[in-house]
Design a protein around this ligand. Structure first.
Ligand code: GAR
Length: 216
């Protein structure tokens, strides 16, 4: 069966990109990365892509005289690679409504919180400040509003008393690197369906364990 062709959007370190590169290195994985697009030059994620032999593009809105011409350039770049799915992996720019609509149900994102809680930036510190006992990460289809859209998978981590933004970020990131390749695999296998803005996953079961944090 033909592999799902991915275009990964990045803005920085690219550790989630790396987890996808490693998943795709397995012959049995049903997706492959066709290209990587960054909105910034000189970032670590671009080095990771190049080291894996993946075509990269830097498309910076500042180089365009209108948001519309920026959108057209992105859509054209992606079209020439026959991309099936766009994966936002730490892409820190808001996509235009036009772009999101063009790729409806074909853009996914990973976010380091249990959405719909803590959309936006600085979410690990905000989770600590809010005193929540659990945080985690979410893979979701992308809709017009930032960090919204049908949820595919979530992983939960405990928030510890002595956590700071760094320690919580690291704990969540380990789970991001597990659930992003998994979610894309499910999409590539044709196992996800969106119904009334909820995602159904063919053949999935649910955990029967309940967690209480802290344990007392
Ligand atoms: C990741 O934690 C990702 O979930 C987050 O940015 C980080 C990128 O790290 N994305 C968002 O906050 C999107 N709203 P990476 O460049 O090492 O993958």
């Amino acid at each position: 069966m033909a592999k799902l062709k991915l275009c990964v959007f990045i803005s920085g370190r690219g550790s989630n990109l790396q987890s996808l590169i490693e998943a795709c290195a397995d012959d049995g994985y049903p997706a492959q990365i066709a290209l990587v697009i960054s909105n910034k030059a000189g970032i670590q994620g671009l080095e990771r892509a190049k080291a894996a032999g993946i075509q990269t593009y830097v498309i910076n809105i500042k180089d365009f005289n209108s948001p519309n011409s920026f959108d057209i350039s992105m859509i054209e770049a992606i079209k020439s690679f026959n991309v099936d799915l766009i994966c936002l992996a730490g892409y820190m720019r808001i996509l235009s409504d036009n772009f999101v609509d063009h790729w409806h149900d074909r853009i996914v994102n990973i976010h380091p919180s249990l959405l719909p809680s803590f959309r936006g930036l600085d979410v690990q510190q905000r989770a600590i400040d809010a005193g929540v006992r659990f945080s985690g990460c979410t893979v979701h289809y992308v809709r017009r509003d930032m960090d919204t859209g049908p949820i595919i998978l979530q992983a939960v981590v405990p928030v510890l008393n002595n956590d700071n933004a760094y320690t919580l970020t690291e704990r969540i990131l380990i789970q991001e690197h597990r659930i992003y390749p998994l979610a894309i695999k499910l999409i590539a296998q044709g196992r996800t369906t969106i119904k009334n803005e909820r995602v159904l996953i063919d053949g999935a079961t649910h955990p029967d364990s309940i967690l209480i944090n802290p344990e007392v």
